[in-house]
Design a protein around this ligand. Structure first.
Ligand code: SAH
Ligand code: DHB
Ligand code: MG
Length: 219
């Protein structure tokens, strides 16, 4: 098992299930053109997120960490006509690229990007009464993952699906900075022990670094 194998397998799955189209390709191209390392989810992970959103009949989805909008497009496409994705992004440049990509996808009416620190934006969403969300995808910076989870709970209802990306690699990667590693470990311990959710971690391999996604359902 090596990277080459996982990439070959991802490409096989991607071709088999037609996990690309002009909109998704243009979104990935916009990352390339910006000369930025693509830290979005893989095509198969995007489809998985979409299937999960459909499975929970999501009308309201919250995402932390928009980046260029790749996962957002997969998620928003699962929404009904009156559904909404609110996605939080700290970096205004990323948010601007995402906005273009969402418009190109014809999803601008279903997606609201909020620019700022998720730690500040989440309490604002609560004050506004924006919740409860049917599905919440945590994929912003890793050190405050546990805080994101606590804030996510406040925007949830019993049955809300909470997914968190990148919860395995940083536990084991010797190159991971301590704050990221500790953030992820704290998050994992919290969801494992919390009575508020029932959860597990699914390891992920493919075109991205081997990692894992946490899956939690609010009790
Ligand atoms: N979900 C995206 C990838 C997100 S990458 C996809 O799969 O396509 C993580 C993103 O979180 C980056 O764009 C980064 O700028 C953003 N981010 C980092 N710290 C943040 C914070 N405190 N609040 C909101 N977003 C943050
Ligand atoms: C990074 C962030 C992510 O959400 C991811 O899936 C991969 C990498 C990063 O910040 O490097
Ligand atoms: Mg991620």
């Amino acid at each position: 098992m090596n990277d080459e194998y996982f990439i070959k397998a991802e490409n096989y799955i991607s071709a088999l299930f037609h996990l690309t189209d002009p909109v998704l390709a243009a979104t990935l191209q916009s990352v390339q053109d910006a000369g930025i390392h693509d830290i979005g989810v893989s095509p198969s992970q995007g489809k998985l997120l979409q299937l999960l959103a459909r499975l929970c009949g999501a009308k309201k989805i919250l995402e932390m960490g928009t980046f260029f909008g790749y996962s957002g497009i997969w998620l928003a496409r699962a929404l009904p006509a009156d559904g909404q994705l609110i996605t939080l992004e700290y970096d205004p440049q990323n948010a601007a690229f995402a906005e273009k990509n969402f418009a190109n996808a014809g999803l601008q009416n279903k997606i609201q990007i909020r620019t700022g620190n998720a730690l500040e934006l989440l309490p604002k969403l609560e004050e506004e009464g924006a919740g409860p969300f049917d599905m919440i995808f945590i994929d912003a910076d890793k050190p405050p993952y546990a805080e994101y989870f606590r804030l996510a709970l406040r925007l949830s209802r019993p049955g809300t699906l909470i997914i968190a990306d990148n919860v395995v690699r940083h536990v084991f990667d010797p190159a991971t900075p301590e704050d990221k590693k500790n953030g992820v470990i704290r998050f994992n311990q919290l969801i494992a022990e919390s009575d508020a959710v029932s959860a597990v971690i699914l390891q992920t391999v493919g075109s991205k670094e081997p990692d894992g996604m946490a899956i939690a359902i609010v009790n």
